[in-house]
Design a protein around this ligand. Structure first.
Ligand code: ADP
Ligand code: MG
Ligand code: ZN
Length: 483
């Protein structure tokens, strides 16, 4: 029997405004700040306090909604989602339920099978919860609560069940992360937990119209976890159906260590959140002029940039995709291309960036903003290589020095005496010498073993200490051998 996986994602992304969603507390880096150092009576859930909506958080949320081509609702309503948990001191979370901020959007993803459009069901604003840490001390278990994160503006983005593989789900997560970064609303630092996923997974017989019973895997904090958990669920559910069984609707956790999902709660003990409109906040009214002005300030987004890069610079799809992932990388590429004479294809810049430059950056753990090699300097290097002034292996050395010292390409080439020799009479002499010294190879070449030309080429390059222009050497070698 052939099965088709069906996946819908719920993504939670912190809106990294200066202050929290409903109070003036600072939004701090939860991996650095002292626990409970950014807490006030409002986000600590003290009785008698009142929430006030953070306008910037709403603006950030609208940016995301517009980037996902959603319809922003004129009026949306905050609601109380009631449940008791120690990381939620009020006993309820302010969220949006029946009337979310925005609906009906879409996101284009790119997988190994090409581009696909995934529908976005809704985008709504809520507040984050605190963080619990479970510790053992003196043989006793404790749970520590840190409320720094409690009340931070959180955006929930819910997809339609349009994804059909773990790969596609990961691509959706990545595309969304890229957009959030472009919009400047979220750092995209997954390891800091600023974006979290929940995967709804079901499996049905191929061709079936109805959706199968889904499970919901909570708290996936990395793309790897997202991908692995979905793969695991697809296999697990397919096996059950294969054996004629039925999948239980339940909420699952993911164990990274064991590489498996585990049951957290079944449908029977699902929460009843007793939603009702938040009495302390009026409906959120968003005027269309404001939405228009936010729309007019949106940057060019990754997907549009991707198509432009292919069209304008003749890049491959793969190169274009990698270059647009981060806005700063894309800007760097374009600045370098602008510094290049028009005869040299931009593809050369892409090659140097995605190859040697990225690997130097990875090794040294350096980001584009910290890079000592300015785009103009990279353009200069690309030009010097393209014009045959230095060869490829010298160019690698030069780039490595540019990377550590920040010096210009021409300056390093000059100081190291790396200029390639293209002088024909000089090269012609070297070729002649090599042929004289290797009469046997010349004879076998003439007898039809043309492969030995590579050996002879190597001999010439050795004589030139690698500095002879390889194209000129090859041409000269061919000329002299065919005499
Ligand atoms: P809830 O809020 O209870 O999790 P929703 O109806 O809002 O329920 O759905 C949440 C997510 O689950 C959405 O992304 C939706 O696309 C997805 N989803 C719903 N039904 C299925 C299904 N049968 N298989 C896979 N995904 C599903
Ligand atoms: Mg859900
Ligand atoms: Zn506060």
């Amino acid at each position: 029997m052939e099965f088709e996986p069906v996946i819908g994602l719920e993504v939670h992304a912190e809106m990294q405004t200066r202050s929290k969603m409903f109070c003036a507390c600072e939004v701090v880096d939860s991996t650095l700040a002292a626990p409970n150092s950014a807490v006030c009576p409002v986000c600590a859930g003290m009785p008698g306090t009142l929430p006030v909506v953070n306008q910037t958080a709403v603006e950030y949320a609208i940016r995301v909604a517009l980037a996902l081509e959603c319809t922003v609702q004129h009026t949306s309503i905050f609601a109380r989602k009631n449940y008791f948990y120690p990381d939620l001191p009020k006993g309820y979370q302010i969220s949006q339920y029946e009337s979310p901020l925005a609906v009906n959007g879409k996101l284009v993803i790119r997988t190994s099978s090409g581009e696909e459009t995934i529908r976005v069901r809704r985008v709504h604003l809520e507040e984050d919860t605190g963080k619990l840490t479970h510790v053992e001390r003196d043989g006793k278990s404790y749970s520590l609560v840190d409320l720094n994160r409690a009340g931070v503006a959180l955006l929930e983005i819910v997809s339609e069940p349009d994804l059909h593989s773990a790969e596609a789900a990961k691509a959706y997560g990545e595309a969304l992360r890229d957009i959030l970064r472009y919009l400047g609303v979220n750092s995209g630092d997954m390891e800091k937990g600023v974006i979290r996923f929940e995967a709804n997974v079901s499996v049905r017989r191929k061709g079936d119209k109805e959706l199968g019973t889904r499970t919901e895997v909570k708290n996936l904090n990395s793309f790897r976890a997202l991908e692995r958990a979905i793969e695991y669920e697809i296999k697990r559910q397919s096996k059950i159906l294969e054996a004629g069984g039925t999948v239980e609707q339940e909420t699952l956790g993911w164990s990274e260590a064991r590489g498996e999902t585990y049951s957290q709660r079944s449908k029977e003990d699902a929460h009843d959140y007793r939603y009702f409109p938040e009495p302390d906040l009026p409906p959120l009214v968003v005027e269309s002029d404001w939405v228009k002005s936010i729309q007019s300030k949106l940057p060019e987004l990754p997907h549009a940039k991707y198509h432009r890069f292919i069209k304008e610079y003749g890049l491959t799809e793969y190169d274009a995709w990698r270059l647009v992932e981060e806005q700063k990388v894309a800007n760097y590429f374009e600045s370098a291309v602008h510094g290049l004479p028009s005869a040299i294809p931009p593809k050369a810049v892409a090659n140097w960036m995605l190859g040697d430059l990225f690997s130097l950056m990875n090794q040294a753990n350096v980001t584009v903003s910290q890079l000592k090699v300015q785009p103009e300097a990279l353009a200069e290097l690309v030009q010097i290589v393209s014009e045959g002034q230095i060869n490829q292996s010298s160019a690698k050395e030069v780039l490595a020095e540019m990377f550590t010292s920040g010096k210009g390409a021409a300056e390093i080439v000059e100081a190291r005496g790396l200029q390639q020799v293209s002088d024909e009479s000089f090269i012609s002499d070297l070729v002649n010498q090599a042929l004289v010294e290797n009469p046997n190879e010349v004879a076998s070449y003439k007898a039809g073993k043309t492969g030995v030309a590579n050996f002879l080429f190597g001999q010439v390059m050795k004589k030139a200490a690698g500095r002879a222009n390889p194209a000129v050497v090859r041409a000269e070698l061919e000329k002299q051998l065919s005499k």
